[in-house]
Design a binder for this molecule. Structure first.
Ligand code: ZN
Length: 92
């Protein structure tokens, strides 16, 4: 893969690496915290058995960390609102 051009944001090495870390944490029984700016679930906690996604910021560039799969997919079709950004408490 060349470093030039616009790599697909979902298939970068950084993305795969970070996503693997989330899966590994879940396998270890860890609860993750949804980092989506607009979480639509009752709680931001993501239990080890729930499907997790790796979210991006509003620009779709920077990885923000774990999100509920539902929140992430929802955000993909409708990017808006930069207010009420969550605190960063899951470090990759
Ligand atoms: Zn969520």
């Amino acid at each position: 893969m060349s470093a030039t051009g616009q790599p697909s944001k979902y298939h970068t090495r950084e993305y795969r690496h970070a996503y693997a870390a989330l899966v590994k944490a879940q396998k270890a029984g860890e609860w993750l915290w949804c980092m989506q700016s607009e979480c639509v679930m009752p709680t931001r906690w993501i239990p080890p058995w729930a499907p997790v996604d790796l979210g991006h910021d509003d620009a779709g560039i920077e990885l923000i960390g774990a999100t509920h799969r539902f929140c992430n997919r929802r955000d993909g079709g409708k990017r808006k609102g930069k207010n009420s950004r969550p605190r960063r408490c899951w470090t990759l």
